[in-house]
Write a protein that binds this ligand. Structure first.
Ligand SMILES: C[S@@+](CC[C@H](N)C(=O)[O-])C[C@H]1O[C@@H](n2cnc3c(N)ncnc32)[C@H](O)[C@@H]1O
Length: 304
């Protein structure tokens, strides 16, 4: 269902800030990988069960730390080092201008959430913006360091942002955090808090419709196999029942409600269509499915 699940399969097969120094800033000490559930575990069991805020965050931090290398190998070329790609459909910010006209980005303070290797922040730097790239996964941010750039990297959970109120003009997230958190309103409220009045938050997530279909790029991914209305999370757990990966589902109505009740105005909801030039598969995203059903939803939100 997510970009993550395919990276995971590939992996199985193969085995408050002010400085602009290129170091990873961590409010809390990083957990040793060996202490993270799932590290070195046998093949996890996939199930559907409840998973709370803390369990989801802990599981996903471990998962992304263990799978960041494969993710960047698999998707780094498609993403480019300094492009701003919103989704596997390939829509990029040059074309979409969801954060506004590029010439108006100059001098703007921008928070990128779930930045991964911070490709989007690198593009923002190129427009003269001042990005801060935040991610839960230390290993993802090490890839950001490897590629380079002179903007801050912050290792933190998007539900507890280590920034003062009114710190940013814009916030963005390309599939970062929101598909993985148990309560997206915690993230949305935090983003609203750190945005200045008039600020905009744009985020992409798996299109909610996809939850009802198998996460497969071929024809088997075209038949409904589960209820769209079943919000029970997708969980992978180790042999002691500890979650090692969690994905949360919200219906389209849930997502709209989350945005509005968190104090934002929803100004657009973009459903990128699959372009003819894109022949790449990304997990369950493929030209076959992309021409028939939406794969990504991008929410454009503003705070007054
Ligand atoms: C699918 S990747 C997207 C990365 C990047 N935006 C891109 O387009 O390649 C999801 C990212 O969200 C991060 N993430 C997951 N949960 C998070 C959370 N609660 N807070 C911050 N980042 C989180 C993961 O570590 C991962 O780097």
């Amino acid at each position: 269902m997510s970009r993550a699940r395919r990276a995971r399969r590939a992996a199985r097969k193969s085995a408050q800030t002010s400085t602009r120094e290129p170091v990873i800033q961590e409010p809390a000490a990083s957990e040793a990988l060996s202490a993270v559930p799932g590290a070195g575990a046998e093949e996890p069991e996939a199930t559907r069960r409840a998973a709370g805020v803390t369990e989801s965050s802990r599981a996903n931090r471990g998962w992304w730390d263990r799978n960041a290398d494969e993710y960047q190998v698999d998707h780094g070329t498609f993403l480019g080092d300094d492009r701003f790609v919103w989704c596997p459909e390939g829509l990029d910010e040059v074309e979409a201008e969801l954060l506004g006209p590029p010439e108006e980005l100059k001098g703007k303070d921008v928070l990128e959430i779930g930045a991964g290797a911070a490709q989007c922040s690198r593009w923002l730097t190129g427009q003269g913006a001042r990005p801060v790239a935040l991610d839960l996964s230390h290993r993802q941010l090490q890839h950001a360091l490897r590629i380079g750039g002179s903007f801050p990297l912050v290792c933190a959970d998007a539900a507890v942002l280590p920034f003062a109120d009114d710190s940013f003009d814009l916030a963005c997230s390309a599939y970062g955090a929101l598909p993985f958190v148990a309560d997206p309103r915690l993230v949305l409220r935090e983003v609203r808090r750190v945005l200045r009045p008039g600020g905009r938050f744009v985020f992409s997530v798996t299109h909610p419709l996809r939850w009802a279909f198998p996460d497969e790029p071929g024809p088997e991914g075209l038949s409904v196999s589960a209820s769209y209305f079943d919000r029970t999370p997708y969980v992978e757990q180790d042999d002691e029942g500890r979650a090692v990966y969690v994905e949360h589902h919200r219906t389209l109505g849930d997502r709209v409600r989350d945005v509005v009740t968190s104090g934002f105005r929803l100004v657009d909801l973009v459903e990128p269509e699959w372009p003819d030039w894109n022949s790449s598969e990304w997990g369950g995203w493929s030209p076959l499915r992309g021409h028939l059903i939406p794969g990504t939803a991008i929410f454009v939100c503003e705070r007054d």
